[in-house]
Design a protein around this ligand. Structure first.
Ligand code: COA
Length: 184
């Protein structure tokens, strides 16, 4: 499934847009610039090596404006971190300001829904959001619910890097056996 390329196309106000998971279409500079915007307050630009690793380990859908000469210009993205079978985490949903309120955000989320619905043993699609408007969109298009509404037996937990590091310092080194001496 991870070799599959998902692709959709639609025209809005005489502008044609492509939504594609084709990795080769997505310029890394677009992701870095998007991560640097205040709109993506949860993200930060990173080294090019880190970005390459991040993108090669996730399924990223880009939204592109197609010019009459077939050039694709990126205008948005959404990233799905997944094992392609059981679990998907949706993050980094973004459209450049001049392409908002056209229905492209809804389309992007609907296409992500189609991709995730193909996962054969999907247990959960999960996301975090700080935006009430985005939460409304996710409820409508993805059937997203707060965990306590859906299943009181489950708790949603998370650790930021700092709390994870604090837990590691409090716990000390991981117990492990000394390597056995081997005869030379
Ligand atoms: C989220 C986002 C991709 C939606 O794109 P869009 O092009 O405005 O989406 P649509 O035109 O399809 O509109 C869908 C709905 O999303 C709402 N919306 C969702 N998130 C929003 C946000 N962060 N800011 C403004 N509106 C948002 C719109 O108000 C609209 O609601 P309506 O249908 O009741 O009018 C876009 O607003 C964006 O990039 N925001 C900045 C990044 C962000 O906040 N991402 C989500 C983080 S969880």
């Amino acid at each position: 499934m991870d070799k599959k390329v998902w692709q959709w196309q639609r025209t809005i106000n005489s502008q044609t847009f492509l939504l594609s998971s084709n990795r080769t279409l997505l310029p890394h500079a677009f992701v870095q610039e998007s991560f640097a915007t205040e709109d993506m307050y949860w993200a930060r630009p990173m080294s090019s090596d880190q970005l390459r690793t991040m993108l090669s380990n996730s399924l990223t859908t880009g939204v592109y404006l197609i010019s009459p000469d077939n050039t694709t210009t990126p205008v948005g993205m959404a990233r799905i971190i997944t094992d392609y079978i059981t679990f998907a985490y949706l993050t980094d949903v973004y459209l450049q300001p001049s392409y908002r309120a056209l229905g492209l955000g809804t389309w992007l989320i609907q296409c992500c829904r189609e991709i995730v619905l193909e996962m054969p043993a999907l247990r959960s699609l999960v996301l975090l959001t700080g935006s009430e408007q985005a939460a409304k969109l996710y409820r409508k298009e993805l059937g997203m619910q707060l965990l306590e509404e859906e299943d009181t037996a489950l708790t949603c937990m998370r650790a930021r890097r700092a709390t994870l590091a604090d837990a590691a310092s409090a716990a000390g080194p991981i117990p492990q056996d000394e390597p056995e001496a081997t005869d030379a």
